[in-house]
Design a protein around this ligand. Sequence first.
Ligand SMILES: *Cc1c(COP(=O)(O)O)cnc(C)c1O
Length: 354
Amino acid sequence: MKKHNFSAGPCILPQEVFKEASQAVLDFNNSGLSILEISHRSKDFVDVMEEARSLALELLGLEGKGYKALFLQGGASTQFLMTAYNLLQTKAGYLNTGTWSDKAIKEAKFFGEVVEIASSKDRNFNYIPKGYNIPKDLDYLHCTSNNTIFGTQIKKFPITDAPLICDMSSDIFSKQLDFSKFSLIYAGAQKNMGPAGTTLVVIKEDILGNIERKIPSMLDYQTHISKASMYNTPPVYPVYVSMLTLRWLKKLGGISAIEELNDKKANLLYSEIDLNPLFKGFAAKEDRSNMNATFTLANEDLKETFDAMWTEAGINGLNGHRSVGGYRASMYNALSMESVAVLVDIMGDLERKA
Ligand SMILES: *Cc1c(COP(=O)(O)O)cnc(C)c1O
């Protein structure tokens, strides 16, 4: 039976990517070898890495603008500390919009002074703070574009002269932005780009080299830039599958094409949440995310019935994160409009039944 995968991450990827990726496990590029057994120094794999890096820059519109793309390991969680290790000399600003920002703040504190310029913790992170002041003397300002757990998304980014760093793990390649406003972008692959096991880092080279501390090789961005993301054995298969997904996105028409589809999916689901009296949205309306929609039942007594209905329809991964409860529908790039329509139909059926 066809499944409708609303999982928050690792998450749905395009079927055609799965097909091509599975073929490469058996025979990669008609080489008679599996992608899992070839040398990462072979031309075939070096080509994969180079294509993945250049596709990332091309799709973000950052080619020829002084940026480098890297595919690293250790997840977005390692970027929480690596950004600070490489860039925090004295003082950095952080916008605290949820669990992931909170964790980034905790790591940065190992390296210098951290100013929380604003936080939405007072309302369990159900909104994006606005109208805050940004100090002038920051080494950088860090924010999280999409809050995967709470279902909020930044629509207007902070304006500052300091380098802007953004954790885009759960909305990278989902909507058009002027990406050149950011000096460093990072994203764990498993939310919208590929399988778990690699993290994309897009970095403007000229922000490096301004701090006094010594940095161990593996945690130094310069190491990975100078070795074209091949300083040590890269995560060959996650990079390959990410490359296939980026090719898929390019063929589809790039970020602006997928954004149109993502808007339609989110509009369909949010209008059901708003109109159906049995459901309540969690995130503040003006800040809600096109990737992760968080909502609850107005009457918890209906939980058993609703859960049975969506499970029966082949829907997977709809349970909310424990810190919010209720439900979370993650609508990443590869999720079809049809899957969202199935969920919306069930929500309507519940209303007619109740
Ligand atoms: C999932 C997630 C992370 C953590 O990513 P890992 O790759 O598991 O370390 C960080 N930030 C955001 C916004 C996320 O959604």
